[in-house]
Design a protein. Sequence first.
Length: 93
Amino acid sequence: MNDIPDNIIILHPDFEKLKTEVEKLRTELSMFVLERDNLLYQECKNIEMAYMLSVGALEYKAYEIECAILRLKRKVELIQAKKNRQENCSLHG
């Protein structure tokens, strides 16, 4: 009948080659994940910090100026409203 016993598993000839290829791809994937994490959690943070140090202060100053302008515009509106009602207004405070 059959010369091969039933409990023996016959491996495909390319099994070891494929196993090696899978291991190689796993290693390559782990290197890519490591590189991505480095870029995401270190490089990006360094770039963000450099940006905040160089541009962030200027953005904050521009925001402060914008708020001051809006306060002055509101003050002018209130003074104009008082003048329209022919009321006396103090320019202090």
